[in-house]
Design a protein around this ligand. Structure first.
Ligand SMILES: CC(C)(COP(=O)(O)OP(=O)(O)OC[C@H]1O[C@@H](n2cnc3c(N)ncnc32)[C@H](O)[C@@H]1OP(=O)(O)O)[C@@H](O)C(=O)NCCC(=O)NCCS
Length: 174
């Protein structure tokens, strides 16, 4: 059965919170120093994604299969950024498909839907970052026409870790 993709609404808070937290934890498992998580990230993601779903600058869509939400995609319009040498663009921020619904085209459908909505809102291109360890996602994005353009590298400070700085997004959000 083909998943239906639709904009997220107020009733999607629970699955959005759960899936956003799972995505954050997956990244923390990839590299616990680089990818932060904290307690209660389900609630942080629930609130943040529902708020973003209301924004004209953002797109939050869910995939529904047999009446169940089995995935979500989140992207937003971003302005010119000289630090990144990146003109205004759409950013694909989050993508998650529940394990039992994978390898059936849901991930591809979510990416295409977010891309279409951001292009319709004027984004001239779509940019994303993916963990260097996430080969599954990289295969999907390559298949969908994304080309590699940047490689992020990270080095830890010597000695004990400094006090955490306050995040721009809610705790744990990627
Ligand atoms: C990455 C992720 C979103 C992919 O979702 P998905 O729904 O499995 O994606 P798709 O089904 O569109 O494609 C995945 C694979 O299934 C294959 N596939 C798609 N439909 C298929 C079908 N009907 N029969 C058999 N295989 C199929 C695709 O060809 C693709 O194969 P590949 O891995 O060899 O490239 C999913 O694995 C996930 O949520 N992972 C955890 C979160 C994550 O890593 N997110 C990305 C963060 S950057």
């Amino acid at each position: 059965m083909v998943a239906a993709i639709r904009p997220a609404g107020p009733g999607d808070g629970e699955p959005l919170g759960r899936m956003g937290a799972a995505l954050a934890r997956q990244h923390h498992d990839f590299d616990g120093d680089r990818f932060m998580v904290s307690d209660g990230i389900e609630e942080g993601y629930r609130r943040w994604l529902l708020k973003e779903a209301e924004s004209t600058e953002a797109v939050v869509v869910v995939a529904e299969l047999d009446g169940q939400v089995v995935g979500y995609g989140y992207g937003r319009l971003e302005g010119k950024d000289w630090n990144r040498l990146l003109d205004r663009h759409g950013e694909l921020v989050d993508l998650w498909v529940e394990p039992q619904a994978r390898k059936a085209g849901v991930g591809a459908a979510l990416v295409e839907d977010v891309a279409r909505r951001l292009f319709e809102r004027g984004a001239p291109r779509l940019v994303l970052s993916t963990s260097s360890k996430n080969h599954t996602a990289q295969r999907l994005f390559t298949r969908l026409g994304f080309r590699p353009t940047m490689l992020e590298m990270t080095r830890e400070a010597p000695g004990p870790p400094p006090a955490p700085t306050s995040p721009r997004r809610p705790p744990g959000a990627r």
